[in-house]
Design a protein around this ligand. Sequence first.
Ligand SMILES: NC(=O)c1ccc[n+]([C@@H]2O[C@H](COP(=O)([O-])OP(=O)(O)OC[C@H]3O[C@@H](n4cnc5c(N)ncnc54)[C@H](O)[C@@H]3O)[C@@H](O)[C@H]2O)c1
Ligand SMILES: O=CCCC(=O)O
Length: 500
Amino acid sequence: MDPHMDPDRNTEMDTERERAIVESVRNGLYIDGEWQAATGGGTFDVEDPSTEETLCRVADATAEDAVAALNAACAAQDEWARTPPRDRGEILRRAFEMIMARREDLALLMTLEMGKPLVESRAEITYAAEFFRWFAEEAVRVAGRYSIAPTGDSRLLTMKQPVGPCLLITPWNFPLAMGARKIGPAIAAGCTMVMKPAQATPLSTLALTEILAEAGLPPGVLNVIPSSSASRVTAPLLRDPRLRKLSFTGSTEVGRKLMAQASSNLLRLSLELGGNAPFLVFADADLEAAVHGALIAKLRNMGQSCVAANRFYVEEPIAEAFTDLLADKMAALKVDRGTEEGTDVGPLVSAEQRAKVVELVEDAVAKGAKVMAGGRIPQITGYFYQPTVLSEVPDNARLLREEVFGPVAPIRAFKTEEQAIAEANDTEYGLVAYVYTRDIERALRVTEALRTGMVGLNRGLVSNPAGPFGGVKQSGFGREGGSEGIEEYLDIKYVSIEAP
Ligand SMILES: NC(=O)c1ccc[n+]([C@@H]2O[C@H](COP(=O)([O-])OP(=O)(O)OC[C@H]3O[C@@H](n4cnc5c(N)ncnc54)[C@H](O)[C@@H]3O)[C@@H](O)[C@H]2O)c1
Ligand SMILES: O=CCCC(=O)O
C-alpha cells in the first residue's frame, strides 16, 4: 500500500450516506420547470473517480430535448426580462442561503462525482454560493446614463437590457462554481438559459437546479440538459437564431470550435478557456509564504484548475531552497479518497486525465528533469497520482507549454527579472500569473509586464466572486464575477433624443 493511503476505508454507514446523497438528486432533464426523461429514454453513467465505479445513471439529452429547452427559454424570456430586479435579486439571495444550508450534502455529492477532498468541496460550495449573493446585490444596480450632446441640440440616453436566451456550457473541474458564475449574472440581468453541464459531473448542477426552483425561479428561466454528447445538443442551439449568447468555460481547443459555430448567428460570447500560469519567485520574497502560495496555486483541485500554477520560475539564489521546501511539503501530503477527512490530494477525474499527466512527466524526465518528489501512480484503485516536484526542467519539456492539469510542479531557475518575464510570457495562454517579491517597485513593474488577465501578488489564489475573472490571448475573453460579470449578459441601447 502507498504510505499516504489511509487504511480505514469507508465504513458501512459512510457508504449508506453516500448512496442516499446520490439518490436524493433529481435525475432527469429540467425543461420548462418540469423534470423529465430524455426523449427515447437514454441514460449515461456517472463515475466516482476514487473507486472507478458507477455512481448512478443520468438522463441523456437528445437534440430534440435541446430544442425543447431552447423553446422554453425563448417563451420565458420577455416576461423574465420584465420581472423587477429586486425580485430577481431575492431569488438569488434565497438560493445563496439554501446552498449554504445544504453545504455538507452538496460537498459530499461533489466529492463523489469528481473526487476533490471534502474540505475543497466545501470551499467550492461557499465560492459558488457567494456568486449568488454577489449578483443578488448587482441585480438592482444596473443603470444607464443621460447626457447632453456636446453641440447641445440633442440628449443621449443609454439603457441596458438583457441579451436574451443564453447557452451555458461548463467543465467538470469546478462542477458548481463554474455554473454559478454564469447563472448568477444571467438571472440578475434578466436572461433565460439552457445549460449543459460536463458529462463527468452533472449531479452538482442538477442539485443546484432543484435549489433554484425551490428559491422561486420561474419555469423556463433555467433549463438543464445533461448529455453524453456535447455537440449533439449544442450544435442545433448554436444554429438557432433565437439564441443570443454563448458563455463557455472549458478548453481552448473546444472554445475555438464553439466560437466558429457561434459566428453564424453572431452571438455575444464569453470564453473562459485554458491557462498555463507562471509562478515567479524573486530572491527577496518571503520563502515560507511563497511555498505556501505555491501549494495552493498548484494543488487546489489536485492541480485540475485553469488557474493552477503550471510552471515555477525561481531566482537562482533561492531556487534550491524553494525546491527542497516545496518537495518536502508535497511529499508529506495525504493522498486518499476525497471523502476521507484529512485528505489533501484526491484522485484525478478520469483515467485519460491521469494518462496525460503521466505522459507529460515522462516527457520532462526523458529530457533531463529531476524528480524531487512523487513522480508515480500510487498502488491503489482510483485515478490517483502522487504530488510531484520536478527540478531542472529543460526548456523543451512539453509541460511548460501544455496545461498539466495534475499535481505536478515543474521548476526552473532564472538569473534576471527580464528573463523571468520573457519565460513567463512565452505561452499562447494569458489567464493568470503569480508573483512573489517584497520589492514594491519590482512588483508593479513585473505585474505590468505580464500578459495575463489576472495576477496573484504574494498570493496563490485570485478567485473571488467580487473580482473580474478572465483571461487574454488564447485564455479567452469576457469576465465573470465583479461588477463586470453582469455586463456580459446586458446589451446597451442608445437613444438619441431631440433637445427639449
Ligand atoms: N478560464 C476559466 O475560467 C476556466 C475554468 C475552468 C476550466 N477551464 C478550462 O477547462 C478545461 C478543462 O475542462 P474540460 O476538460 O471539461 O474542457 P472541455 O473543453 O473538454 O469541455 C468543457 C465543456 O464543453 C463541452 N464540450 C466539449 N466538446 C464540445 C463541443 N464540440 N461542442 C460543445 N460542447 C463541447 C464539454 O462537454 C464540457 O461541458 C481546461 O482547459 C481548463 O483550463 C477554464
Ligand atoms: O478552473 C478554473 C478555476 C476556477 C476558479 O478558480 O474560479
